[in-house]
Design a protein around this ligand. Sequence first.
Ligand SMILES: [Fe+2]
Ligand SMILES: [Fe+2]
Length: 388
Amino acid sequence: MKIGIMGGTFDPIHNAHLIIPRCAKERFKLDKVVFMPGGNPPHKPGVTDKRLRLQMTRLAAGNEFDVCAYEVEKEEYSYTLKTLEYLTAKYPGNEFFFIIGEDSLRDITKWYRPREILRLCTLLVFPRESRETLARLIEKTKSELGGRIFAIDAPVFNVSSSEIRRRVRNGESIDAFVPPSVAEFIKANNLYAEVTALNNGEIISRLKETLGEKRFIHTMGVAETARKLAERFGADAEKAYLAGLLHDCAKSMKTHEQLKKCAELGVELDEYSKLCPPVIHAPLGAETAKREYGVSDEEILNAIRRHTVAGKNMTLLDKIIYTADMIEPSRDFEGVGLLRSLAETDIEKAFFESVKQSILFNIKENKIVHPASLESYNESAPKYKNKT
Ligand SMILES: [Fe+2]
Ligand SMILES: [Fe+2]
């Protein structure tokens, strides 16, 4: 079988990415073309998460092309040669055609072991500048490296992923450049748009719409309590208020929706969080605060992320949010009085007792105790050990 491989970052995938392999398929009689979205390159921190790029690629490929998640699923960034070695080992007896752009061919000598790449596949190159410059470049590369390199007879497309990102940022339409499913996905996931930080009033109105009444009252209670605790114990009161406002911003979704969104946004969940769905809203909440509410402060995002299971080395802000969540005025459970009175004078002890009560509650209910909670407890327990 003749298999074309269309590699790329696909951030986002666009119409030219689809037309080029169609041209290649027809001209070189390929049996199929497989899209291979790349992992997150270490030198390009601004690249959209690989799972989101994979999903966009799948949407665009539809039933027409295959999509291979090999590079996305690999932990480390994959060199083209490694990917080709994987493919030739996995699908022996097939002929591989690697589709690249003129600009990539120009850089091929900088790739990892280009001669070996050319031993494993035929390169099919589409023009980026002009057909003439491409023809000259192919001749030059062949004389230097050998191998089979052919031009794809496609027009030079002006569309580029960076231009699409720019259009989204500026609120311009991208409908002419990407398939409708990709345009919808970009919109639904708020990709490429500059997320402007909302002010507290805007956040409160949005929370009021999305959280139920009871949770909204709880949220406002946590925010106010967190602000007071921050003022009392010398943390940043505004950060505490904002973290309090957003700590449960992802909690109104159902578990299956939360899991779906975590997968889409690349929020990684440990095995315990999967066994105990009520904790998922914390890491998902941090990602939501970042993407949908424009929060970029890592201290705030961490406090949101850690507010359900706590952990080792909690910062003062983390402890304040955790404790405020337990003691805000609408909370009513046995033991809350002790926590409230401790929080008047000693945030460390109030936090420790809050974690302890939470662990004991879970044990009483035969629920899973997250190891991070135990780590948090163990870190402080020696300090409060009862003297007998
Ligand atoms: Fe929560
Ligand atoms: Fe809460």
